[in-house]
Design a protein around this ligand. Structure first.
Ligand SMILES: *Cc1c(COP(=O)(O)O)cnc(C)c1O
Length: 387
């Protein structure tokens, strides 16, 4: 029998999630209602942050955080090239310039030493990304930020539930952003959030989400008439709906169960691939407790008789939803057009040539895990130079 296609990631929606959404549909508020604050409170509580602001998606969360941080034309912001384009696009939205710092070839996360090397008098902020769920070396990054007076916005799209030392991602920096796209740890269909401990950022973020408009009497600059509301800056409609927030509440209640399953599958993968001569398995520093958004194998191409492309295609033809995370952001034609060239981040470029993402999501079945393990081993063994 043909094996059905196993995607690299997907949601897990259960009956109670559906019921939670149906209840909102039958109620008074489809948007701007009480479910949004309830979801935000849960997020703040889970991450240990003082405030959370839920928005329409993770990219909107990054845009809002860059706005609240005051990033503007002429500023430079340092981020990693091994990420989804949104982590750098948000810098361009502000008219600022993304500056790419190289990764650490062991952890694949942004290298604090290269962050420091790329700082100029124009540098305003750092956007580290906890790639695959592995936390960046935050003490090092925060030390640099303090020394040069920079804002830190960590992109936590892969890291809801990640712990660095004894701290959860979401409570360590100026602002942390999250995404609730269906491949991420929990989903609201589309959705995102920003967490922060700072009241001024919080206020800015909530206004930015809704056109820069406030009705809060204490915040009004001018009139106090009962009908009065006021636009104070140019914001967007980045609101999330109560329908989505209800799904988010139901999903976050399951987050620890989902994380446990991810961890168990990773343990199985590591056990299966750890002894192979043809790949590196993910490295875990002592300070890390990853939320495991992605599982990546790095091919030792010098020990294989074929290219990454061939291994990729063979796994794909066996209905395994392999992927490559990520094409370095500055390789995209749009970034080339802005003047970015190959060679900026050699470690990132080398990593990109050798990585393959394997499926990882909580709803994977035991037989999927076994199927992936035996097929990956078989394909690698077939192409190993030393059998
Ligand atoms: C998913 C993701 C985003 C964007 O989130 P959306 O909700 O899809 O807008 C940003 N950064 C990273 C690293 C992501 O993986």
């Amino acid at each position: 029998m043909e094996k059905r296609f196993i995607p690299y990631g997907r949601q897990w929606i259960e009956e109670d999630d559906i019921q939670a959404v149906v209840e909102v549909l039958k109620g008074d508020y489809l948007t701007t209602g009480p479910k949004i604050k309830e979801f935000e409170d849960k997020l703040a509580q889970y991450t240990g942050a003082k405030y959370a602001v839920a928005v329409s998606n993770g990219t909107a969360a990054l845009h809002a955080a860059c706005f609240a941080a005051g990033i503007k034309e002429g500023d430079e912001v340092i981020t990693t090239p091994i990420t989804f384009a949104a982590s750098a696009n948000c810098i361009l939205y502000m008219g600022a310039k993304p500056v790419f710092a190289d990764i650490d070839p062991k952890t694949y996360n942004i290298d604090p030493k290269d962050i420091e090397a790329k700082i100029t008098e124009k540098t305003k902020a750092i956007i580290p990304v906890h790639f695959t769920g592995l936390p960046c070396d935050m003490d090092e990054i925060l030390k640099i930020a303090k020394k040069y007076n920079l804002v830190v916005i960590d992109d936590g799209a892969h890291a809801l539930g990640t712990t660095y030392k004894d701290r959860k991602v979401g409570s360590m920096t100026d602002m942390t952003t999250f995404s609730f796209h269906p491949v991420k740890h929990i989903t609201t269909g589309e959705g995102g959030a920003i967490t922060t401990n700072d009241e001024d950022y919080y206020r800015s973020l909530t206004l930015f989400r809704t056109h820069g408009i406030t009705r809060n009497e204490k915040e009004l600059i001018r009139s106090k008439e009962p009908w009065y509301y006021e636009q104070q800056f140019l914001g967007y409609n980045y609101r999330i709906t109560d329908i989505q927030a209800a799904l988010g509440i139901s999903q976050i209640n399951k987050l620890d169960r989902f994380l446990g399953l991810r961890k168990e599958y990773v343990r199985r993968y590591n056990e299966a691939f750890g002894g192979l001569d043809t790949v590196d398995i993910p490295f875990q520093p002592d300070f890390a407790d990853s939320a495991w958004h992605l599982y990546i194998i790095r091919l030792k191409l010098e020990k294989l008789d074929c290219s990454r492309k061939q291994i990729f295609e063979e796994l794909q033809s066996r209905n395994i939803g392999v992927n490559v995370h990520y094409i370095p952001v500055y390789y995209h034609p749009y970034y080339s057009q802005l003047g970015y060239k190959k060679g900026i981040c050699p470690n990132a470029e080398d990593l990109y040539e050798r990585i393959i993402t394997l499926p990882l999501f909580p709803k994977m079945e035991e037989e999927d895990v076994q199927y992936i393990i035996s097929n990956v081993k078989e394909v690698l063994q077939k192409h190993a130079l030393v059998k």
